[in-house]
Design a protein around this ligand. Structure first.
Ligand code: ZN
Length: 45
């Protein structure tokens, strides 16, 4: 991605939402939350 440079986290996310679209980033966030929830559920051994 030529237009993206690493700045701080907030700017990176802002740039990503502009480039990929807010819906795409929201899906990624939800997927990450799902994965975390599944990991959390499986933590009790
Ligand atoms: Zn910044």
């Amino acid at each position: 991605m030529a237009g993206i440079r690493i700045r701080c986290r907030a700017h990176n996310q802002f740039e990503a939402e502009r480039v990929f679209g807010a819906g795409f980033m929201e899906e990624k966030r939800e997927a990450a939350q799902r994965a975390a929830a599944e990991r959390g559920a499986g933590t009790v051994a």
